[in-house]
Ligand binder design. Structure first.
Ligand code: HEM
Length: 473
């Protein structure tokens, strides 16, 4: 099915690969102002306002890209009628601070979304219990090394916020690190779902295309379960929309490196191999499944082929290595837990995919440097058609529950899991007398600093929201 790229916001279907991002958290103070603001963003008139970027292909990369998400309380503030508001999925209505609550403090029934202790919503700087309600999240992406635009566009946007009676609650900056690395030193941004009908990245991938209905709301879009995620949301608002969880995650780089060194010494393991085992890829992005022993593999595994692998044989790759025991790539590693690919998994394989649009924030910590106490981490959008079935399931169950999947009992995601206070554990399989090595005392390496859930409406949906006030013209 041909997608109407001009009606879809660009950050779902394309990775802008920008170097800089600024996310503005905004509150609407009166509906007409909010409507006028949105009308300007989709007016096609650059003089009036910077414009929302769509998924249409470009020949030359623009000097900025811009996308808007609206929270459920934002839809309310913009004047969406109560009956329509009630049609949205419960997770989106409730938002991440509410959803984070642990159903059972003993973690017997799960850990909410892992946002407990220091990561609890009471501590958040955005979207938390003590912070103002966010209505809209406006994400501006630039390439400051190419053309310095962020200050100029921010100044322009701030004039418009003032003219439209919007309150800027906060702005959150992220800046890419060299070679697409994140603060633990790994290369990121390699694996993304290929969405049926969408312009596809050329990188080979052994996974099937994701159904368009897993990412886009719309009457005609079928999801992997055979239904569609539009539900009863009116098409004029929901068509070509998607959902996103914005999340700010502080990373304990010093704690991470110390863990690698200490456990490496203890078990006579190269800290680089240990880092690869925790993620499932070497820090340069080479997957363990393709290159279990070295980060500088066979030259045939080019940068282009870093996503061409599976954990088991499958359709189109029937003789592929079967890593059922996790000897190459641990079953508990970050990328294998959060996308088991063709490996055995509870439920339906390939059904819980996420588009990740994250970028590091804060300055890098030099290798071997002492802890400087400076905040650094990762922030961005996790995009999917259903927050509960995709994003929340991945975080709640695959990252944070000691699920019954073979090899995972009693463990949580080593990078992002809410480890028990006594420390988590992680299993590394070896082919020698040490097998299996059980690494204990794994600290919690990530602290949640804030989160909001957004609807990312299609362009028609934004025009519909603009028409609710008198700023639609
Ligand atoms: C600071 C926190 C995080 C760090 C440092 C991190 C780091 C990484 C890295 C380096 C990769 C491998 C690069 C790639 O395959 O493209 C990756 C993949 C991935 N991450 Fe994370 N991540 C973080 C948080 C999260 C969270 C919160 C989620 C889910 C809610 C998540 C879901 C995924 C998924 C689904 C993949 C792709 C797996 C695949 O398809 O093979 N990550 N992450």
């Amino acid at each position: 099915m041909a997608l109407d790229l001009a009606d879809i916001q660009g950050n779902l279907l394309r990775g802008y690969r920008s170097a800089n991002a600024r996310h503005f958290a905004l509150a609407v103070t009166e509906p007409n102002g909010g409507a006028e603001f949105i009308a300007g963003l989709v007016s096609g008139d650059e003089q009036r306002s910077p414009q929302i970027t769509t998924a249409e292909e470009w020949e030359d990369k623009p000097h900025y890209t811009l996308n808007l998400g609206v929270t459920w309380t934002g839809l309310q503030a913009l004047g969406v009628p109560a009956a329509v508001l009630a049609d949205f999925p419960t997770a989106f209505q409730q938002g991440p601070a509410f959803r984070a609550q642990a159903p059972d403090p003993d973690y017997r029934d799960g850990v909410g979304l892992g946002d407990v202790g220091e990561s609890a919503p009471s501590q958040w700087i955005l979207g938390g219990e003590g912070t103002p309600a966010v209505h809209m999240l406006l994400s501006l992406y630039t390439d400051e090394h190419r053309v310095r635009r962020v200050d100029e566009i921010s100044a322009r946007l701030r004039e418009i916020f003032a003219a439209c009676d919007l309150t800027e609650i906060s702005a959150h900056d992220a800046n890419a690190l060299p070679q697409g690395r994140v603060h633990f030193g790994y290369r990121d941004g390699i694996a993304q779902p290929r969405i049926a009908g969408a312009p596809s990245p050329s990188r080979p991938d052994m996974q099937p295309e994701a159904d368009v209905g897993d990412f886009l709301l719309g009457r005609d879009y079928v999801n992997t379960y055979g239904g569609n995620f539009l539900g009863s949301v009116p098409p004029e608002l929901g068509d070509n929309a998607t959902y996103a969880a914005f999340r700010i995650l502080r990373q304990d780089v010093h704690g991470f490196e110390a863990f690698l060194r200490d456990r490496g010494d203890l078990w006579q393991l190269d800290p680089e191999l240990l880092a690869a085992k925790l993620l499932g890829r070497w820090r340069n992005g080479v997957p363990l499944t393709l290159s279990p022993d070295t980060a500088t593999p066979d030259p045939a595994i080019t940068k282009h082929r870093l996503n061409e692998f599976d954990y088991a044989p499958g359709v189109g790759h029937t003789t592929f290595y079967d890593d059922a025991e996790g000897r190459r790539c641990p079953i508990g590693s970050h990328i294998r837990r959060l996308n088991p690919r063709g490996a055995l998994v509870m439920g339906k394989p390939h059904s819980r995919r996420l588009v990740r649009r994250g970028m590091p924030y804060g300055p890098p910590l030099a290798p071997g440097a002492p802890d400087d106490g400076v905040e650094r981490g990762l922030m961005g959008l996790f995009v999917c058609g259903d927050l509960e079935l995709q994003y929340e399931f991945i975080l709640r169950v695959w990252a944070n529950e000691d699920i019954a999947t073979h090899g995972l009992r009693g463990t949580r995601d080593p990078l992002i899991g809410a480890q028990p206070s006594s420390g988590g554990h992680f299993v590394v399989r070896t082919d020698d007398s040490r097998d299996p090595i059980v690494l204990t005392g794994l600290p919690r390496l990530i602290q949640t600093r804030g989160s909001v859930y957004c609807l990312i409406p299609g362009i028609g949906g934004l025009r519909h929201l603009a028409s609710l006030g008198n700023g639609g013209g």
